[in-house]
Design a protein around this ligand. Structure first.
Ligand code: TXA
Ligand code: MG
Length: 319
């Protein structure tokens, strides 16, 4: 059920129901972050591995602090500049936070999402919302209410309508557990360049792509998988040539002349990485719905949001 009544969403959450909420990044599947029983339902509905911890969302750092979750002073410059926004901070956990949120870790991920509807919802609540992306584990994250409704509608209390997500990639995650050496755990909707420029130094990045010990299991190698196999590159470089009618192409800015136009999705004719990021997940869905033999996605420039786009494409790909 898609709803627009924010108070109804608040009531449902208070009653221990799951409600999908809009954020600027992707839709989240929210539960009362202090209620272990409801949080367990998130794992069940998403079929999410128990080892994958959840992000807590609220509308102010003061509220987080009242629950014992303080940002270290080293994080304040970044928080002031980019919150609310597509950035998640990992900080030491407090006793208020149930272990099921953190999958037993001693740290917890917190963020203030930048979406008017959800900020209004959060301001009505005396608890944070635990919210992973509102999709079945391993599938493409939802950027519209209808994506959630189609996949999870029957299993949850409601989907709160908030329009199309304007960032379109999940938040960038930085661990401040060691405040002197913050560490990038997931590329996302805020570019590393912007964060490093604000900090005045480089983030530690060594754990990226570590599948054996996923520090942020959004890092699992195949995480955004469409049903149609997806490869990265150009059709002419495919090892086994496939008829051009059997291909769907995701392109940055230009159509390929040799492929039928109807089989191609161009993300930003203006070569704007933000626009491309915003449209990426919907484009993967659309390409999947073309029911072709293969999706071929172009590699993006390895800078700014292009890095996060390439990261998601790699996780959606079969190689
Ligand atoms: O943009 C977003 O972050 C969206 C919206 C709904 O806020 N949420 C989201 O949640 O992407 P999810 O569950 O799909 O991804 C959360 C990521 C996971 O990769 C998880 O491992 C990581 O956050 N994470 C959560 N707690 C952590 C912790 N204590 N330490 C390290 N990583 C953590
Ligand atoms: Mg996710």
């Amino acid at each position: 059920m898609i709803i627009t009544d924010i108070q109804l969403a608040a009531d449902l959450l208070q009653q221990g129901e799951l409600v999908a909420i809009p954020t600027e990044t992707v839709y989240g599947l929210a539960a009362n972050g202090f209620d272990g029983t409801t949080i367990a339902k998130i794992y069940e509905v998403k079929n999410r591995p128990q080892f994958n911890p959840l992000i807590l969302h609220s509308n102010s750092w003061e509220k987080f602090a009242s629950w014992g979750l303080e940002l270290p002073k080293e994080a304040l410059k970044v928080a002031d500049k980019f919150s609310p926004g597509p950035l998640t901070f990992v900080v030491p956990k407090s006793s208020k936070v149930p272990d099921i949120i953190t999958a037993g870790h001693s740290s917890v991920a917190i963020r203030i999402p930048n979406h008017a509807v959800t900020l209004s919802l959060l301001s009505k609540l005396a608890f944070p919302l635990a919210a992973p992306s509102a999709n079945l584990s391993g599938t493409v994250s939802p950027t519209r209410a209808i994506h959630v409704e189609m996949q999870l509608g029957k299993l949850i209390g409601a989907v709160l309508e908030g329009g199309e997500c304007h960032i379109g990639l999940e938040s960038t995650i930085i661990s401040f557990v060691n405040p002197k050496q913050p560490k990038l755990l997931r590329l996302g909707g805020l570019s590393v360049e912007e964060i490093e420029d604000t900090l005045g130094f480089k983030l530690e990045k060594d754990s990226l792509l570590n599948n054996e010990n996923p520090q942020a299991p959004g890092m699992l190698s195949r995480h955004y998988a469409p049903k149609t196999p997806l490869v990265i590159g150009l059709p002419q470089n495919l090892e086994t040539p496939i008829d051009k009618e059997d291909l769907a192409c995701i392109r940055f800015s230009q159509y390929l002349p040799e492929i039928p136009r109807n089989n191609q999705i161009v993300l930003s004719e203006a070569r704007d990485l933000k626009e491309a990021a915003q449209k990426l997940f919907a484009a993967i869905r659309m390409a999947d719905e073309m029911n072709k033999k293969l999706i071929v996605a172009e590699i993006f420039p390895d800078e700014h949001l292009g890095r996060a786009i390439n990261d998601r494409l790699r996780r959606a790909s079969i190689s």
